[in-house]
Design a protein around this ligand. Structure first.
Ligand SMILES: CCCCCCCCCCC/C=C/C(=O)SCCNC(=O)CCNC(=O)[C@H](O)C(C)(C)COP(=O)(O)OP(=O)(O)OC[C@H]1O[C@@H](n2cnc3c(N)ncnc32)[C@H](O)[C@@H]1OP(=O)(O)O
Length: 300
Protein backbone atom coordinates (compact mmCIF):
# COMPACT_ATOMS: atom_id res chain seq x y z
CA UNK A 1 0.00 0.00 0.00
CA UNK A 2 2.85 2.35 0.77
CA UNK A 3 4.03 1.72 -2.79
CA UNK A 4 0.68 3.07 -3.96
CA UNK A 5 1.18 6.22 -1.93
CA UNK A 6 4.77 6.65 -3.05
CA UNK A 7 3.64 6.33 -6.62
CA UNK A 8 0.81 8.85 -6.13
CA UNK A 9 3.15 11.33 -4.48
CA UNK A 10 5.76 10.88 -7.22
CA UNK A 11 3.21 11.45 -9.94
CA UNK A 12 1.73 14.47 -8.23
CA UNK A 13 5.13 16.04 -7.63
CA UNK A 14 6.33 15.35 -11.12
CA UNK A 15 3.33 17.20 -12.43
CA UNK A 16 2.32 14.34 -14.71
CA UNK A 17 -1.03 14.10 -13.05
CA UNK A 18 -1.76 17.78 -13.43
CA UNK A 19 -1.58 17.22 -17.18
CA UNK A 20 -4.42 14.72 -17.02
CA UNK A 21 -7.97 16.06 -17.38
CA UNK A 22 -9.71 16.44 -14.03
CA UNK A 23 -6.66 15.12 -12.25
CA UNK A 24 -6.14 15.32 -8.52
CA UNK A 25 -5.00 13.11 -5.66
CA UNK A 26 -8.26 11.20 -5.77
CA UNK A 27 -7.95 10.33 -9.42
CA UNK A 28 -4.32 9.36 -8.79
CA UNK A 29 -5.37 6.63 -6.41
CA UNK A 30 -8.21 5.63 -8.67
CA UNK A 31 -5.97 5.50 -11.72
CA UNK A 32 -3.46 3.39 -9.85
CA UNK A 33 -6.12 0.91 -8.85
CA UNK A 34 -7.65 1.05 -12.28
CA UNK A 35 -4.35 -0.12 -13.72
CA UNK A 36 -4.81 -3.28 -11.67
CA UNK A 37 -7.25 -6.09 -12.26
CA UNK A 38 -10.75 -4.89 -13.23
CA UNK A 39 -12.62 -7.07 -10.83
CA UNK A 40 -16.12 -6.37 -11.90
CA UNK A 41 -17.88 -3.86 -14.06
CA UNK A 42 -21.54 -3.61 -13.46
CA UNK A 43 -23.60 -0.67 -14.46
CA UNK A 44 -23.77 0.96 -11.03
CA UNK A 45 -20.63 -0.13 -9.22
CA UNK A 46 -17.06 -0.52 -10.39
CA UNK A 47 -14.59 -2.69 -8.49
CA UNK A 48 -10.84 -2.90 -9.07
CA UNK A 49 -8.66 -5.26 -7.09
CA UNK A 50 -4.96 -4.59 -6.73
CA UNK A 51 -3.48 -8.05 -6.72
CA UNK A 52 -0.19 -6.81 -5.21
CA UNK A 53 -1.74 -5.26 -2.11
CA UNK A 54 -4.99 -7.23 -1.85
CA UNK A 55 -6.94 -3.98 -1.69
CA UNK A 56 -10.10 -3.52 -3.74
CA UNK A 57 -11.57 -0.15 -4.52
CA UNK A 58 -15.30 -0.04 -5.02
CA UNK A 59 -16.67 3.05 -6.73
CA UNK A 60 -20.34 3.93 -6.81
CA UNK A 61 -21.24 5.27 -10.24
CA UNK A 62 -25.01 5.48 -10.35
CA UNK A 63 -26.12 9.01 -11.34
CA UNK A 64 -27.52 11.32 -10.30
CA UNK A 65 -26.95 10.59 -6.59
CA UNK A 66 -25.98 6.89 -6.06
CA UNK A 67 -29.35 6.20 -4.50
CA UNK A 68 -29.68 2.67 -3.18
CA UNK A 69 -32.22 1.13 -5.52
CA UNK A 70 -33.08 -2.57 -5.60
CA UNK A 71 -30.67 -3.07 -8.51
CA UNK A 72 -27.91 -1.09 -6.83
CA UNK A 73 -28.25 -2.99 -3.55
CA UNK A 74 -28.27 -6.33 -5.36
CA UNK A 75 -25.10 -5.45 -7.26
CA UNK A 76 -23.53 -4.18 -4.07
CA UNK A 77 -24.25 -7.37 -2.10
CA UNK A 78 -22.96 -9.54 -4.95
CA UNK A 79 -19.73 -7.54 -5.18
CA UNK A 80 -19.09 -7.63 -1.43
CA UNK A 81 -19.81 -11.36 -1.36
CA UNK A 82 -17.43 -11.97 -4.28
CA UNK A 83 -14.65 -10.07 -2.53
CA UNK A 84 -15.41 -11.89 0.73
CA UNK A 85 -14.83 -15.23 -0.98
CA UNK A 86 -11.65 -14.05 -2.68
CA UNK A 87 -8.69 -14.98 -0.49
CA UNK A 88 -6.43 -12.59 -2.38
CA UNK A 89 -8.54 -9.63 -1.19
CA UNK A 90 -7.76 -8.28 2.30
CA UNK A 91 -9.42 -4.88 2.28
CA UNK A 92 -12.05 -2.82 0.49
CA UNK A 93 -12.23 0.96 0.06
CA UNK A 94 -15.71 2.22 -0.76
CA UNK A 95 -16.10 5.57 -2.46
CA UNK A 96 -18.11 7.47 -5.05
CA UNK A 97 -17.18 8.24 -8.63
CA UNK A 98 -19.77 11.03 -8.71
CA UNK A 99 -19.13 14.59 -7.62
CA UNK A 100 -20.57 15.89 -4.32
CA UNK A 101 -22.37 12.73 -3.28
CA UNK A 102 -21.26 9.52 -1.63
CA UNK A 103 -24.79 8.08 -1.59
CA UNK A 104 -28.24 9.72 -1.19
CA UNK A 105 -29.41 6.70 0.80
CA UNK A 106 -32.25 4.36 -0.01
CA UNK A 107 -33.98 5.11 -3.28
CA UNK A 108 -37.21 6.71 -2.13
CA UNK A 109 -38.95 5.68 -5.35
CA UNK A 110 -38.56 2.03 -4.29
CA UNK A 111 -40.69 2.82 -1.24
CA UNK A 112 -43.28 4.99 -2.96
CA UNK A 113 -46.51 3.78 -4.58
CA UNK A 114 -45.28 0.23 -5.11
CA UNK A 115 -46.87 -3.13 -4.26
CA UNK A 116 -46.37 -4.94 -0.93
CA UNK A 117 -44.48 -7.65 -2.89
CA UNK A 118 -42.08 -5.01 -4.14
CA UNK A 119 -41.55 -3.67 -0.63
CA UNK A 120 -40.68 -7.20 0.55
CA UNK A 121 -38.14 -7.67 -2.23
CA UNK A 122 -36.63 -4.24 -1.68
CA UNK A 123 -36.30 -4.61 2.08
CA UNK A 124 -34.71 -8.06 1.74
CA UNK A 125 -32.10 -6.44 -0.50
CA UNK A 126 -31.46 -3.70 2.10
CA UNK A 127 -31.02 -6.30 4.83
CA UNK A 128 -28.78 -8.45 2.63
CA UNK A 129 -26.48 -5.53 1.76
CA UNK A 130 -26.16 -4.72 5.48
CA UNK A 131 -25.45 -8.35 6.46
CA UNK A 132 -22.75 -8.61 3.80
CA UNK A 133 -20.99 -5.35 4.62
CA UNK A 134 -21.40 -5.28 8.39
CA UNK A 135 -20.40 -8.95 8.58
CA UNK A 136 -17.47 -8.70 6.17
CA UNK A 137 -14.22 -10.15 7.44
CA UNK A 138 -12.20 -7.79 5.21
CA UNK A 139 -10.95 -4.40 6.34
CA UNK A 140 -13.55 -1.95 5.04
CA UNK A 141 -12.89 1.78 4.76
CA UNK A 142 -15.38 4.39 3.59
CA UNK A 143 -13.82 7.24 1.61
CA UNK A 144 -16.75 9.66 1.91
CA UNK A 145 -16.31 12.21 -0.82
CA UNK A 146 -19.73 13.85 -0.69
CA UNK A 147 -23.12 13.95 1.02
CA UNK A 148 -24.11 10.78 2.81
CA UNK A 149 -27.62 10.89 4.28
CA UNK A 150 -29.62 7.97 5.76
CA UNK A 151 -28.81 4.71 3.93
CA UNK A 152 -25.59 6.33 2.65
CA UNK A 153 -24.60 6.99 6.25
CA UNK A 154 -25.55 3.40 7.15
CA UNK A 155 -23.17 2.01 4.51
CA UNK A 156 -20.36 4.23 5.79
CA UNK A 157 -21.08 3.25 9.41
CA UNK A 158 -20.82 -0.45 8.47
CA UNK A 159 -17.17 0.11 7.56
CA UNK A 160 -14.27 -0.26 9.99
CA UNK A 161 -13.01 3.28 9.39
CA UNK A 162 -14.40 6.45 7.82
CA UNK A 163 -12.53 9.25 6.12
CA UNK A 164 -14.58 12.23 4.93
CA UNK A 165 -13.83 15.21 2.71
CA UNK A 166 -13.45 18.26 4.95
CA UNK A 167 -15.88 20.25 2.82
CA UNK A 168 -18.30 21.85 5.35
CA UNK A 169 -21.12 21.66 2.79
CA UNK A 170 -21.12 17.86 2.95
CA UNK A 171 -23.20 16.18 5.58
CA UNK A 172 -23.81 12.71 6.95
CA UNK A 173 -26.35 11.23 9.34
CA UNK A 174 -29.55 9.24 9.78
CA UNK A 175 -32.09 11.89 8.77
CA UNK A 176 -35.08 9.53 8.46
CA UNK A 177 -37.33 11.42 10.90
CA UNK A 178 -37.07 14.49 8.66
CA UNK A 179 -38.84 12.42 5.99
CA UNK A 180 -41.49 11.34 8.50
CA UNK A 181 -40.13 7.80 8.61
CA UNK A 182 -38.31 5.84 11.30
CA UNK A 183 -34.89 4.22 11.02
CA UNK A 184 -35.24 0.52 11.92
CA UNK A 185 -33.57 -0.85 15.04
CA UNK A 186 -30.54 -2.19 13.21
CA UNK A 187 -29.77 1.21 11.66
CA UNK A 188 -29.96 2.52 15.23
CA UNK A 189 -27.75 -0.30 16.55
CA UNK A 190 -25.15 0.38 13.87
CA UNK A 191 -25.02 4.07 14.75
CA UNK A 192 -24.96 3.37 18.47
CA UNK A 193 -21.97 1.08 17.96
CA UNK A 194 -20.13 3.97 16.28
CA UNK A 195 -21.04 7.06 18.32
CA UNK A 196 -22.64 5.72 21.51
CA UNK A 197 -26.11 5.85 23.04
CA UNK A 198 -26.54 9.55 23.82
CA UNK A 199 -25.40 10.88 20.45
CA UNK A 200 -27.54 8.27 18.66
CA UNK A 201 -30.57 9.28 20.70
CA UNK A 202 -30.14 12.92 19.69
CA UNK A 203 -29.10 12.21 16.11
CA UNK A 204 -31.98 9.81 15.43
CA UNK A 205 -34.76 11.88 16.97
CA UNK A 206 -33.65 15.07 15.29
CA UNK A 207 -32.85 13.32 12.01
CA UNK A 208 -29.58 15.19 12.27
CA UNK A 209 -27.35 15.61 9.27
CA UNK A 210 -23.92 16.34 10.73
CA UNK A 211 -21.63 18.62 8.79
CA UNK A 212 -18.21 17.08 8.18
CA UNK A 213 -16.63 18.91 11.18
CA UNK A 214 -19.57 17.95 13.43
CA UNK A 215 -19.31 14.33 12.29
CA UNK A 216 -15.63 14.30 13.24
CA UNK A 217 -16.40 15.83 16.64
CA UNK A 218 -18.92 13.14 17.60
CA UNK A 219 -16.86 10.29 16.11
CA UNK A 220 -19.23 9.56 13.26
CA UNK A 221 -16.19 9.84 10.99
CA UNK A 222 -12.60 9.20 12.00
CA UNK A 223 -10.70 11.71 9.85
CA UNK A 224 -11.32 14.76 7.69
CA UNK A 225 -8.96 15.37 4.80
CA UNK A 226 -8.94 17.64 1.75
CA UNK A 227 -11.37 16.35 -0.84
CA UNK A 228 -8.70 15.38 -3.33
CA UNK A 229 -6.96 13.25 -0.70
CA UNK A 230 -9.92 11.17 0.47
CA UNK A 231 -8.99 8.03 -1.45
CA UNK A 232 -5.22 8.29 -0.97
CA UNK A 233 -5.78 8.82 2.78
CA UNK A 234 -8.03 5.76 2.81
CA UNK A 235 -5.22 3.80 1.14
CA UNK A 236 -2.82 5.07 3.80
CA UNK A 237 -5.18 4.08 6.63
CA UNK A 238 -5.71 0.71 4.98
CA UNK A 239 -2.01 -0.06 5.13
CA UNK A 240 -2.11 0.41 8.92
CA UNK A 241 -5.11 -1.90 9.32
CA UNK A 242 -3.48 -4.50 7.07
CA UNK A 243 -0.35 -4.51 9.21
CA UNK A 244 -2.37 -6.48 11.80
CA UNK A 245 -2.51 -10.25 11.25
CA UNK A 246 -5.84 -11.03 9.54
CA UNK A 247 -6.98 -13.83 11.83
CA UNK A 248 -6.57 -11.76 15.02
CA UNK A 249 -8.24 -8.69 13.56
CA UNK A 250 -11.09 -10.70 12.02
CA UNK A 251 -11.90 -12.50 15.27
CA UNK A 252 -11.87 -9.20 17.12
CA UNK A 253 -14.20 -7.64 14.54
CA UNK A 254 -16.56 -10.58 14.67
CA UNK A 255 -16.59 -10.51 18.49
CA UNK A 256 -17.64 -6.84 18.42
CA UNK A 257 -20.29 -7.17 15.70
CA UNK A 258 -21.84 -10.61 16.22
CA UNK A 259 -24.47 -9.57 18.80
CA UNK A 260 -25.74 -6.82 16.48
CA UNK A 261 -25.86 -9.18 13.51
CA UNK A 262 -27.56 -11.92 15.52
CA UNK A 263 -30.23 -9.46 16.62
CA UNK A 264 -31.36 -8.82 13.05
CA UNK A 265 -30.93 -12.48 12.08
CA UNK A 266 -33.40 -13.38 14.83
CA UNK A 267 -35.88 -10.72 13.72
CA UNK A 268 -35.37 -10.78 9.98
CA UNK A 269 -38.92 -11.77 8.98
CA UNK A 270 -40.58 -9.54 11.56
CA UNK A 271 -38.45 -6.63 10.33
CA UNK A 272 -39.68 -7.20 6.77
CA UNK A 273 -43.30 -7.37 7.94
CA UNK A 274 -42.82 -4.13 9.91
CA UNK A 275 -41.28 -2.39 6.94
CA UNK A 276 -44.09 -3.42 4.59
CA UNK A 277 -46.91 -2.44 6.92
CA UNK A 278 -45.19 0.83 7.88
CA UNK A 279 -44.38 1.82 4.31
CA UNK A 280 -47.85 0.90 3.04
CA UNK A 281 -49.56 3.33 5.44
CA UNK A 282 -51.25 6.28 3.72
CA UNK A 283 -49.61 8.73 6.14
CA UNK A 284 -46.12 7.39 5.31
CA UNK A 285 -46.80 7.43 1.57
CA UNK A 286 -47.96 11.03 1.93
CA UNK A 287 -44.77 11.99 3.79
CA UNK A 288 -42.58 10.34 1.16
CA UNK A 289 -44.49 12.03 -1.65
CA UNK A 290 -44.11 15.43 0.00
CA UNK A 291 -40.41 14.85 0.57
CA UNK A 292 -39.84 13.98 -3.09
CA UNK A 293 -41.73 17.13 -4.06
CA UNK A 294 -39.58 19.17 -1.70
CA UNK A 295 -36.41 17.74 -3.29
CA UNK A 296 -37.67 18.69 -6.74
CA UNK A 297 -38.71 22.22 -5.66
CA UNK A 298 -35.36 22.79 -3.99
CA UNK A 299 -33.78 22.05 -7.33
CA UNK A 300 -35.88 24.48 -9.37
C1 LIG B 1 -42.03 0.98 13.92
C2 LIG B 1 -40.76 1.02 13.14
C3 LIG B 1 -40.87 0.32 11.83
C4 LIG B 1 -39.71 0.68 10.97
C5 LIG B 1 -39.94 0.20 9.59
C6 LIG B 1 -38.96 0.77 8.59
C7 LIG B 1 -39.33 2.15 8.11
C8 LIG B 1 -38.62 2.61 6.87
C9 LIG B 1 -37.19 2.88 7.07
C10 LIG B 1 -36.56 3.43 5.83
C11 LIG B 1 -35.18 3.89 6.08
C12 LIG B 1 -34.78 4.88 5.04
C13 LIG B 1 -33.56 5.15 4.74
C14 LIG B 1 -33.20 6.09 3.64
O1 LIG B 1 -32.09 6.08 3.18
S1 LIG B 1 -34.39 7.16 3.02
C15 LIG B 1 -33.55 8.23 1.89
C16 LIG B 1 -33.07 9.45 2.60
N1 LIG B 1 -32.30 10.27 1.71
C17 LIG B 1 -32.37 11.59 1.72
O2 LIG B 1 -33.08 12.19 2.50
C18 LIG B 1 -31.51 12.30 0.72
C19 LIG B 1 -32.31 13.12 -0.22
N2 LIG B 1 -31.45 13.74 -1.22
C20 LIG B 1 -30.72 14.84 -0.98
O3 LIG B 1 -30.70 15.39 0.09
C21 LIG B 1 -29.94 15.37 -2.14
O4 LIG B 1 -30.39 14.76 -3.31
C22 LIG B 1 -28.40 15.14 -2.05
C23 LIG B 1 -27.83 16.03 -0.93
C24 LIG B 1 -28.07 13.66 -1.77
C25 LIG B 1 -27.75 15.53 -3.40
O5 LIG B 1 -28.13 16.85 -3.70
P1 LIG B 1 -28.02 17.40 -5.21
O6 LIG B 1 -28.41 18.84 -5.16
O7 LIG B 1 -26.72 17.02 -5.77
O8 LIG B 1 -29.10 16.53 -6.03
P2 LIG B 1 -30.68 16.75 -6.10
O9 LIG B 1 -31.25 16.95 -4.75
O10 LIG B 1 -30.99 17.77 -7.14
O11 LIG B 1 -31.14 15.29 -6.59
C26 LIG B 1 -30.97 14.87 -7.94
C27 LIG B 1 -32.12 13.95 -8.28
O12 LIG B 1 -32.04 12.78 -7.45
C28 LIG B 1 -33.28 12.61 -6.75
N3 LIG B 1 -32.99 12.01 -5.43
C29 LIG B 1 -32.22 12.50 -4.47
N4 LIG B 1 -32.16 11.67 -3.43
C30 LIG B 1 -32.92 10.62 -3.75
C31 LIG B 1 -33.26 9.41 -3.05
N5 LIG B 1 -32.78 9.10 -1.83
N6 LIG B 1 -34.07 8.54 -3.67
C32 LIG B 1 -34.56 8.80 -4.91
N7 LIG B 1 -34.27 9.93 -5.61
C33 LIG B 1 -33.46 10.82 -5.03
C34 LIG B 1 -33.84 14.02 -6.64
O13 LIG B 1 -35.20 13.99 -6.41
C35 LIG B 1 -33.48 14.57 -8.00
O14 LIG B 1 -34.42 14.05 -8.92
P3 LIG B 1 -34.91 14.90 -10.19
O15 LIG B 1 -33.70 15.05 -11.05
O16 LIG B 1 -35.96 14.04 -10.81
O17 LIG B 1 -35.44 16.19 -9.66
Amino acid sequence: MSSILRRCTKLTHSGILSMLPGSNGRSCALQYFASEKRYSTSSKIKVDLDSNTGVAIMQFQSPPVNSLSLDFLTEFAINIEKLELDRSCRGVIITSALPKVFSAGLDILEMYQKSPEHYVEFWKAVQEAWFKLYGSSKVTIAAINGNSPAGGCLLAMCCDYRIMAENPRYSIGLNETQLGIVAPFWFKDTMQNVVGHRETEKGLQLGKLYTAPEALKVGLVDELVPEEKVVSSAAEAMSKWLAIPDHARQLSKSMMRKPTIDRLLAAREADITNFVSFTSKDSIQKSLGMYMEMLKKRRS
